[in-house]
Design a binder for this molecule. Sequence first.
Ligand code: SF4
Length: 139
Amino acid sequence: MTTRRRFIFMIPASGAVLATACSDQATPPPAAAPEAAPAAAPMAAPPAPEPAAPPAAPQASGSAPMLDEADPAAVALGYVADTTRADKTKYPNHADSQSCANCGLYQGTAGADAGPCPLFAGKQVAAQGWCASYVKKPA
Ligand code: SF4
C-alpha cells in the first residue's frame, strides 16, 4: 500500500516538473541569448576556403590527337601525314625534303614522331607531314 500511495502522489509532481520543463524550452530566458551569442561566435567562424583547383595544365603534346588528313582545316591546307604524298600538281613548290619537322611553325621536340602546330590547335601533326603553309625553319 505504501508503494501505491507513493506512486499516486508522484504523478502530479512529475506532471508539474514536465510542464515546467516544456515551458522552459518554449520560451528561453532572455538573459541566456546574449550569453549564447559570444560563445557561439567562435564556433560560427567561416569555414576554411576549399583549396582552389590547380589550373589546368597545358595538355601534353603526347596526349593530343593526331590531325586527320580529312579534317576540313587539313584539307584546306593540303596537309598530308607523309610529305611524299603531297599533291605536287596543286603545290608545285613542294619538295620532299620539306616536312613539319623542319618547318618553322612546328612545335614538336626534336626527334619526336609528332608535335603541335599552331595552325591546327589541339592536334598534333606528323613530323614527316607537310602542308601548304610550310616555311623553312631558320638555321
Ligand atoms: Fe607542318 Fe609547318 Fe604545315 Fe604546321 S605549318 S602542318 S608544321 S608544314
